[in-house]
Design a binder for this molecule. Structure first.
Ligand code: NAG
Ligand code: NAG
Ligand code: NAG
Length: 482
């Protein structure tokens, strides 16, 4: 529903760059012009729509979407997968789960020492795990139990008034879908599955890549207060197969592709590797390019691993040039041999920049100083009373909602392509909103540079007495301003 609204907002901007992207919002006038998308595509209200149904490449609610499913693949079937996967059969299917890595739990989560229950963003698992390890190692151990889901699930499980919606439940494997049991983190940093309560276990902290209002929540309806605690900064990125010729994308070009179904170099939505509206990655990018997160063209690949795995195997040059996806930096950075992060040129920006200072570095310099737009703090939501979270929530939050975070956590954030707040030179308070200069209360920029670049121009130190007056404090072994 929101797509046409976005079209209106942007059409004025697009007119300004008709030389670069000679493409109006109208994709087609006749069915013939949609043939390039495939035989089943038809021109409906000037947009090419797969005649099939809800699993076409258009956003749900697009003009011709009939809400049905493509059970039968229309003739002619052109590839083996059309025959393999056609659902109009009376034969039963017996799935083999290629991804089944999760063991069935052997313990109940509630039996573990002082459990605290987290759910939400899959991208923040590593970060949660390190805090989990630290807490499990305490003299009075606290057990971090975590179930990976979309960011907006993390928000929902804290904001909802109905207590039955503020729980997480065991998800055994079924019908080819892998199991999603909660896991808990041990002092050796390993993780193991555990059983939640049969009727669901209440969530202590919801974790999200995006602000609550991005997920449609502004306040609780039961009078409770929710506090959003900021964790490390997470960059999101456009990615293409490594063999693609594309190096850069603008907000306007991304708008044409994901908002109107095609434009510029990316004109075939079957090659758009996207997520859905519950994905923090998609919602954050949506804010920067001006296409509502629930109205994207492209095909939902069912998670960041789906985007990654399906995009990186594209080798045909023509397909590679058409293909584009979205990933968080932590997923994209470990795939640099297979996927290229595109430089991004935001609205009003004159040139595109990578999150890092170069394609081979990991310094996130352009995120840290504001040259790269698509980033935001990770969010940890907890219900609070008179400003205070529950004791269980506080046990987790106290490890990083502090100017000086433990060095082990700092290292894990850096290794996980996150940027700790203490290494940021800019800050913002809304989703991809206005930026302001930022001086962290306990800076770790020098340490971050040393870790990611192997060197820093900062003076090393053992104590403040080693530091010059221009950078008088000794933080994590380097002289910093503060
Ligand atoms: C499935 O079985 C029903 C009932 O026997 C039959 O009408 C239908 O044609 C069958 N479908 C296929 C695809 O064989
Ligand atoms: C959105 O994607 C997630 C996986 O990332 C999936 O679990 C969820 O069912 C999807 N939601 C819809 C409405 O398709
Ligand atoms: C952040 O600001 C400090 C102090 O001005 C500067 O030395 C450093 O290079 C900046 N870092 C980045 C990544 O911009």
């Amino acid at each position: 529903m929101a797509a046409p609204l976005g079209v209106l907002v942007f059409s004025a901007l697009l007119a300004a760059c008709s030389v670069l992207l000679d493409k109006s919002k109208d994709q087609c006038a006749t069915n013939g012009e949609c043939a390039r998308f495939g035989a089943a595509f038809q021109c409906v209200q000037n947009v090419c729509i797969n005649g099939g149904g809800s699993d076409d490449a258009g956003p749900d609610g697009a003009p011709s979407d009939d809400g049905g499913s493509d059970a039968c693949v229309p003739s002619p079937k052109t590839k083996n997968a059309d025959f393999y996967n056609e659902k109009c059969t009376n034969s039963s299917c017996i799935p083999f789960d290629n991804c089944a890595k999760t063991a069935t739990p052997t313990v109940t989560c509630a039996s573990l020492p002082s459990p605290v229950y987290l759910t939400g963003s899959s991208a923040l698992r590593n970060f949660v795990g390190v805090v989990g390890k630290l807490l499990a190692s305490d003299a009075a151990p606290v057990t971090v139990v975590y179930q990976s889901q979309g960011s907006c699930v993390g928000v929902r499980t804290i904001y909802e008034a109905d207590p039955t919606k503020r729980v997480i439940k065991d998800v055994p494997s079924a019908g080819g879908r892998p199991a999603n049991y909660a896991i808990y983190f041990k002092a050796d940093r390993s993780a193991q599955e555990c059983f939640l309560e049969p009727d669901g276990t209440p969530v202590t902290i919801g974790i999200s890549d995006v602000y609550a209002n991005t997920c449609g929540y502004t306040a609780t309806t039961d009078g409770s207060t929710v506090t959003d605690y900021f964790g490390p900064v997470q960059p999101m990125a456009f990615v293409v197969p490594a063999s693609s010729k594309q190096q850069s994308i603008s907000a306007e070009a991304a708008y044409l592709a994901f908002g109107t179904g095609g434009g510029g170099p990316w004109s075939d939505p079957r090659f758009f590797f996207i997520r859905n509206s519950s994905s923090g990655t998609q919602q954050m990018v949506a804010n920067s390019i001006g296409v509502p997160g629930n109205a994207w063209w492209g095909i939902d690949r069912g998670g960041s691993s789906g985007v990654r795995d399906q995009l990186k195997i594209i080798v045909d040059q023509a397909q590679a040039d058409k293909a584009i996806g979205i990933l968080s930096s932590d997923v994209a950075d470990v795939e640099r041999a297979n996927l290229r992060v595109l430089a991004y040129q935001a609205k009003e920006q004159l040139c595109g920049y990578l999150p890092d200072s170069s394609a081979t570095s990991r310094d996130k310099a352009n995120v840290r100083d504001g040259h790269y737009d698509i980033w935001g703090p990770s969010h940890l939501f907890a219900r609070t009373v008179n400003g205070a979270p529950s004791a269980a929530a506080l046990a987790f939050l106290s490890r990083f909602v502090t100017p000086r975070i433990p060095v082990e956590l700092l290292d894990a954030e850096i290794a996980g392509s996150l940027v700790p707040q203490c290494a940021m030179n800019v800050t913002r308070t809304e989703e991809v909103g206005p930026m302001q200069s930022y001086q962290p209360p306990y800076s770790c920029g020098c340490y971050f540079d040393a870790k990611t670049k192997g060197s820093t121009s900062c003076k090393s130190c053992e104590s403040a007495s080693d530091c010059p007056s221009s950078a008088p404090t000794c933080n994590f072994g380097y002289c910093e301003v503060q």
